[in-house]
Design a protein around this ligand. Structure first.
Ligand code: HEC
Ligand code: HEC
Ligand code: HEC
Ligand code: HEC
Ligand code: HEC
Ligand code: HEC
Length: 442
């Protein structure tokens, strides 16, 4: 018996390792496609399940979902989206976060649960700036149907805002949050299983190797190579001192440092989600949402010039010289006017000076809705930065968005030239030079 019997194990090990990495790759690709389509993995089986379960269940489910739809729109939609944070949290996956009985008592009276010190209730209450969710006199069945509706809507992409004859372009990254969360969990599970399997394999191999050595030791007819294997000692000191190890360690270290510093450099100046507290509790939800005041009534220059101005106190006074005159928040407007000082609004969106962005080009000429870039402003109690505002964000949209050339004589010749050269490709902003550095950089 000679050592060649031990050797094939290393090949085995390598082969198994490669197989598992390959499986991991495929799984990663699956997860990637899932997240591109914006479908949470959990949503597919849920939607498919009733179909398989027979005929009785879907009818009942559909009725509950329809009832839940109406109840949700009537009671919850002004503060909650399914897949996006509005005033309250996005409700997708709520059935996984909390058990149904908890949800029922929360929806019936959330402040009672916060007052009683329920750990999760207190945490989420604090997370949402201690805004109290109202209590609802709904029956258990009604609440269950709302939850069924929420589950059915999970993972669906929010409908793009329409109107104004514009092209409603979904903002890049619209649906990535929920989808990536789901796909990420799925990937983590797969990786965990792979790691466990690998550990089990390694342990088994070590045990087998030891058994083989024991068998060898029990025999008398050993030749030189067998003895060599038996007396082999792992030379840890040698390994530690070896050049190979130092090189690998140094390379790994450099790579990790490079990677993490790159990550932090990329994040410099990124302010997505930035939501400062404003000096007056001005609500877009109230003004632009409920009272449907046109955006351009206040942001008067947004269709005409580079920047969308913030309204002066005079514009507020058009209405608030009569409306809510005794409210302490409105009195702040009066005080600003008395002192002849502008209201000190905190700026939310701010590109660095090196970049040129023009509102009129996008809203008036391009016909893009405010919400494509700014998100559901009409639902925001306090404005937050919805998009990343990175160069990649601008460029991605320019690559994907067809130019709005209809009824715009300026583009007639350009479209003809483009179609002659390459009629198959759409005439996007980038076909017209929208990704040239000088278009956006001074
Ligand atoms: C006036 C705004 C408002 C309305 C209306 C509202 N909610 Fe809420 N909801 C909130 C806020 C804010 C929170 C975060 C917790 C807090 O601050 O109390 C919340 C939290 C929740 C949570 C916990 C979410 C989580 O991620 O753990 C659930 C579930 C919920 N609401 C369900 C509902 C349902 C169902 C309705 C309709 C029947 C509804 N809410 C109506 C504001 C509202
Ligand atoms: C009644 C006046 C009024 C109306 C109507 C209104 N806004 Fe505003 N908007 C303001 C004021 C005041 C601010 C500054 C305070 C703040 O950020 O909340 C502001 C801030 C903003 C900001 C953030 C600016 C920054 O600092 O970066 C955006 C984006 C915005 N509005 C978009 C919209 C859109 C889109 C609409 C229409 C759906 C709209 N607004 C309708 C008054 C208005
Ligand atoms: C076109 C009319 C209009 C304009 C312009 C307008 N508002 Fe209002 N505002 C309203 C209405 C209507 C309400 C709701 C009053 C109510 O709830 O009874 C309101 C409510 C408010 C409230 C809540 C007051 C409270 O205590 O409930 C604040 C704060 C406010 N507005 C601030 C502003 C500011 C700041 C501006 C200028 C940037 C502005 N509004 C411009 C119509 C207007
Ligand atoms: C193509 C994307 C895009 C669209 C569409 C868009 N905005 Fe903006 N908006 C931006 C960017 C980017 C900034 C930051 C500009 C800067 O810092 O120079 C901004 C800033 C603002 C500001 C802060 C003041 C300013 O001009 O810097 C307001 C207010 C605003 N937008 C309102 C609107 C309104 C109202 C609409 C719809 C009529 C709209 N925006 C449509 C991308 C967009
Ligand atoms: C939601 C899609 C979208 C986003 C996001 C967007 N743009 Fe645009 N942009 C357009 C469209 C559409 C046009 C073409 C408008 C037209 O001329 O018809 C355009 C045109 C332009 C132009 C003029 C290009 C030319 O050929 O003359 C500039 C400059 C520009 N954008 C800068 C920016 C900058 C800077 C950002 C990021 C801060 C940005 N854009 C983000 C859609 C977008
Ligand atoms: C569609 C508009 C657009 C085009 C085209 C564009 N940029 Fe930018 N660029 C931006 C915006 C917006 C920023 C600021 C974004 C930020 O701070 O993350 C930026 C930032 C930068 C920065 C600063 C890096 C940073 O993160 O602050 C550099 C350097 C740059 N661009 C180079 C280029 C070059 C080179 C080209 C041509 C190949 C180019 N840009 C084309 C919009 C554009």
């Amino acid at each position: 018996m000679s050592s060649f019997r031990l050797r094939p194990f290393s090949h085995w090990f390598l082969a198994l390792f490669l197989t598992f990495t390959a499986v991991g790759q495929v799984a990663a690709q699956d997860a990637a496609t899932v997240s591109k389509e914006g479908v949470t993995p959990g949503a597919t089986p849920a939607a498919a399940a009733p179909a398989a379960a027979g005929t009785a269940a879907p009818a009942g489910d559909a009725a509950a979902i329809a009832a839940g739809d109406a109840l949700f729109k009537g009671n919850c939609a002004q503060c909650h989206g399914i897949n996006e944070v509005v005033v309250g949290p996005a409700l997708a996956g709520i059935d996984k976060r909390r058990p149904t009985p908890w949800l029922i008592s929360w929806i019936k009276n959330s402040s009672k649960m916060v007052a009683a010190g329920d750990e999760y209730a207190v945490k989420i209450f604090n997370e949402y700036q201690k805004q109290q969710m109202p209590s609802f006199a709904l029956s258990d069945a009604e609440i269950t149907s709302i939850l069924a509706y929420v589950k059915a809507e999970e993972g669906k992409v929010a409908a793009a805002p329409t109107g104004g004859g514009g092209t409603a372009v979904p903002a890049p990254g619209d649906n990535t949050e929920t989808a990536e969360g789901g796909a990420g969990k799925y990937m983590n599970a797969v990786l965990m299983v792979l790691v466990v399997v690998l550990i089990v394999l390694v342990v088994t191999l070590v045990i087998i190797a030891n058994i083989m050595k024991d068998v060898l030791r029990g025999r008398k007819d050993l030749d030189g190579r067998d003895l060599e294997v038996l007396e082999q000692k792992t030379d840890w000191g040698g390994i530690l001192r070896s050049k190979w190890l130092t090189r690998t360690a140094v390379t790994l270290f450099v790579l990790v440092v490079l990677y993490s510093s790159l990550q932090s450099i990329m994040a410099v100046g990124l302010q997505q989600g930035y939501q400062p507290t404003q000096p007056i509790a001005f609500s877009h939800k109230l003004h632009a949402g409920e009272h449907q005041i046109n955006c351009a009534y206040c942001h008067t220059s947004v269709y005409k010039s580079k920047s969308a101005n913030i309204p002066s106190a005079n514009i507020c006074m058009n209405c608030h010289s009569q409306i809510k005159t005794t409210s302490p928040e409105i009195k702040k407007i009066y005080r600003a006017i008395q002192r002849q000082q502008p209201i000190q609004w905190v700026r939310v969106h701010n590109l660095p000076d090196l970049a040129y962005f023009n509102h009129a080009q996008h809203t008036q000429v391009g016909g893009i809705e405010c919400q494509t870039c700014h998100g559901p402003i009409q639902n925001m109690e306090v404005v937050y930065q919805y998009s990343a505002l990175t160069m990649g964000w601008c460029i991605n949209c320019h690559r994907e968005t067809p130019l709005n050339t209809k009824n715009n004589g300026y583009y007639d010749n350009l479209v003809k030239l483009h179609d002659n050269a390459n009629a198959a490709a759409p005439f996007t902003v980038s076909s017209n030079g929208g990704t040239e550095c000088s278009k956006c950089h001074y």
